[in-house]
Design a protein around this ligand. Sequence first.
Ligand code: SIN
Length: 530
Amino acid sequence: MKEYDFAIIGSGIAGLSFALKAARHGSVAVITKRKGADTNTAWAQGGIACVTSDEDSFELHVRDTLEAGARLCDEAVVRTIVTEGPERIRELAALGVQFDQREVSGHRELDLGKEGGHSKRRVLHVQDATGQEIEERLLRELAKQPNVALWENHMAVDLITAAKLGFATEDRCLGVYVLDEKTDKVETVRSDRTVLATGGCGKVYLYTTNPDIATGDGVAMAWRAGVEISNMEFVQFHPTCLFHAEAKSFLISEAVRGEGGILRNHRGEDFMRRYDSRGSLAPRDIVARAIDAEIKRSGARCVFLDITHKPPEFIRERFPHIYQTCLRFGIDMLKQAIPVVPAAHYQCGGIKTDVNGATTLPGLYAIGEVACTGMHGANRLASNSLLEGLVVAHRAAAAAVQTRPARKPKIPLPEWRSGNVQDVDELVVIYHNWDEIRRLMWDYVGIVRTDKRLQRASARLRNLQREIREFYWNFKVSIDLLELRNLAAVAALIVDSALCRKESRGLHYTLDHPETNDREFKRDTLLSRG
Ligand code: SIN
């Protein structure tokens, strides 16, 4: 058994920020499924929304966030995160993150991007690869910390809780079981403070902008540990994922529309004007639904994002990563519109926490996309997520270092045991179920929903979960099997939450209840296993 003061699962912006702060107070393990940089953060293109200009104000950023969130944000949480943002940005700059600047009347100032739903330019960015730059800087800093062990290629299997060991009256998180992919052994990690920073669950859908690691592991583990889960019906679909047979999950940043990119249908029409007066830069839920409607109406397979009217040197300088990637797929965005489709992008719900990352289970924190703090409500404002990850990680670290449990004899932690362990002989079962979940979520639980499709998805998922449970207890655990089990759990949580909400609001749109019903549903959806 290994013991750490802080065990952090996940190595994106939230996990690494927490680790760097906690390392001043004790030993830290950062446990991550693949390489340190294999995170959603590293794929973030747009940037970090933060008030830094004289033309902007906290009040405006709060207002834009609340408006996007469709009356479901927690205003106090939004205010805290927005107002504490600039201090956290200064810390990132001190670590060497150089946000882009531009020359204005003889002096240099931050080059602020604009994205849908923002009334001002306020998105700090490093060209179009902001997340990658932040991830690299944080990992570089982490490597200097003598107190931190980075466990790459290790996947958390399940949380260890007092209740699971028979101490139900004083439940708390005691640590986590972790699978070492190299040795195939499950290790026991004891920690008084365990932090879930595992990111989102885009892989639950057939089409996603997320990397392969985004399999909802944190939410699934928390759910199995009896922790409260909130608002899982609000899955954000990004309107513009590159449509190309060989491009897997490549995002075309909303910043392209922020700089004047126009969405056109297969006839070349600027169709967004028919759906919203803000046109191509309307909030994401509106744009994704409009594209879905346009594609269904016309039978076309995609729509097009056109920025060819901008000077070539501007496009190459502002979007070098997107430009080069599109070129690799034979699309020259200087001369032709980019084919795009919506794809699952961000989980607005998650493990219910306060603004300090505390969950309903003592000793367990959740930060970043895996958590539902109340910041995003029913629809996240673009580029608010890196900001939330940074601010809440800071607050969670400050809270966690203060909350060491009283010294008492420690509950002994049993070693991992899985029933009747054999090597899996038929991997095809795992891949088949994985594909089936992703296809059924895309077809039945996508951008536009109905009660009937949700019920179908629910029934099918219950069967799949039963099959996976059987498989799980009979065979040796592997990353593929653990991910499948987590995907199925998270898919079921999304469907159950969507079935509870008999209205349309933000990202949850259902043809059976197309109106927003504040009287009954202006509240969070809360699910817990108990
Ligand atoms: C983007 O660049 O469009 C993504 C930004 C975000 O999802 O916040």
